[in-house]
Design a protein around this ligand. Sequence first.
Ligand SMILES: NC(=O)c1ccc[n+]([C@@H]2O[C@H](COP(=O)([O-])OP(=O)(O)OC[C@H]3O[C@@H](n4cnc5c(N)ncnc54)[C@H](O)[C@@H]3O)[C@@H](O)[C@H]2O)c1
Length: 366
Amino acid sequence: MMKPELRIGLVGSGFMGRCHANAFHSVGGLFDLPFEPVCETLADISEEAAAQNAASMGFARATGDWRTICTDPAIDLVAVTAPNVLHEPIVLAALSAGKHIYCEKPLSTTLKSAQCMTTAAQKAGVVTMVGFNFLRNPMIRLARELIEAGEIGEVVSFRGRHAENYMADPDAPHSFRTDPDGGGALADIGSHIISMARYLLGPITQATGQCRTIHKTRPIASGSAEHSPVLVDDVTFALVEFESGAAGTIEANWAASGRTMDLSWEITGTKGALAFSQERMNELLLCKGSGGGRTSGFTKIEAGPSHPPYGNFCPAPGHHLGFNDLKVIEVAQLIDAIGGGINPGPDFQEALEVQKVVSKIATSCS
Ligand SMILES: NC(=O)c1ccc[n+]([C@@H]2O[C@H](COP(=O)([O-])OP(=O)(O)OC[C@H]3O[C@@H](n4cnc5c(N)ncnc54)[C@H](O)[C@@H]3O)[C@@H](O)[C@H]2O)c1
């Protein structure tokens, strides 16, 4: 039997836009979903860019104006992969037309804006999802289950880090990521490790940080000799406390030479510990007890079909999922929620809670 269609309007065709498109195209072959996702219209900065990318990304139509997508009755879901400063206007326009929303992280550039978007989403009564894709990893789900089952006892500490090297080069130019209105390492990648900390250990009640700008100026565009000041952080360190009583540290660092995707953490409990790095995303390390003795220490758990939904992708262990697969899982969860299933989030409310922590840390630095 033919499934009803879920018609998608996507804004942006850069790194994340292509990742979303790939997920919408492949999810139906991997998950049993209530809808058939249909890539309807792609919006980008100009008609020309949109038309060119729509062809290569498998969209039926293209537009140089995202407002067209937001008001089009032929669109059910608006996916937002435009620069952060555009999230609010696009989302508010789409919400007022009753569209479901799939928005990239961070939800917005300021706490006020994120609050406004969350209130509007609640009023609209639609399904929202924010692209904290690293939470979709079966190994992260397993970690949460192990913590909840008391396998490492009472959690006492969290040491989390999101470290990458893409701004380590002083000649890396300005972009929307260095926009003083909501940019910086803390907002950009700190939001990922904060969402992860909340997913694993629950609410963060206290947060205080130190922000540092390592490269004081950057080229205004790639290869340009003209520089302008950098007004955001390259690295931020924070001390945090969880509602559970656990304490910890969080680092957001986009100038971490040698690190390509070290979204990593170590969680210590009274009966053991867990450790993970996205650079080895198919592995979770578990230590039972104190880790003393000749053969004890961390044991490597390797991802396989016994860690759902790995089996949807591959029947054999050790063959590994990749970054794009996390986006496919995210899209599957989103479509299931639109069909009336439980929304595992992060929805706008959860993304707002993440933004509150970002804001608390940023305020303590200023
Ligand atoms: N979830 C993740 O792991 C992850 C990773 C990278 C980026 N992101 C987020 O995704 C979003 C986009 O990041 P990116 O790396 O894809 O950026 P990008 O620069 O690669 O792509 C941005 C896209 O938006 C388009 N755009 C710019 N202005 C526009 C306008 N006025 N109207 C329509 N389109 C416009 C650009 O032309 C481009 O296609 C950001 O919010 C970022 O924080 C998330």
